[in-house]
Design a protein around this ligand. Structure first.
Ligand SMILES: *[C@@H]1O[C@H](CO)[C@@H](O)[C@H](O)[C@H]1NC(C)=O
Length: 117
């Protein structure tokens, strides 16, 4: 977990509990980073009112490995990479929360080639 230890941990706790409800196979809280976005690997840019649906949309989409969610704007960016496999694409953004899908579906060859770099 790379969340800054000084950050409000109650928020993280709520977030982790919430994600465990989505996927009961996730024993630990999946990797998330507040105030972070992953750039250059956005495969889809959606307007979704809640992060729950954003997360599930990514988890259900082949090749989607993580999300950037912008709560204020209800924007959900689906990423074809993670911070773990493209650390250079990690950018600080106080509007965004980054969330990794722990067990992503493999990409469909030939699809989303714009986003997969
Ligand atoms: C996604 O759409 C929003 C709103 O139009 C925009 O601000 C943002 O830059 C877009 N993201 C990408 C990666 O194009």
């Amino acid at each position: 977990m790379k969340v800054n230890a000084t950050f409000n941990l109650s928020f993280i706790g709520i977030f982790c509990a919430f994600v465990s409800q989505i996927d009961m196979t996730v024993a630990d809280c999946p990797t998330s980073e507040l105030w972070t976005q992953l750039v250059s690997h956005v495969m889809e840019n959606l307007t979704i009112g809640d992060i729950d649906r954003c997360y599930r949309t990514c988890a259900a989409k082949p090749g989607c490995q993580s999300i950037n969610y912008y709560k204020e704007k209800s924007i959900c960016e689906l990423n074809s990479r993670t911070i773990e496999n493209t650390p250079n694409a990690r950018v600080a953004n106080e509007d965004s929360v980054y969330f990794m899908i722990p067990d992503p579906l493999p990409p469909i060859p030939g699809k989303y080639t714009n986003g997969i770099k």
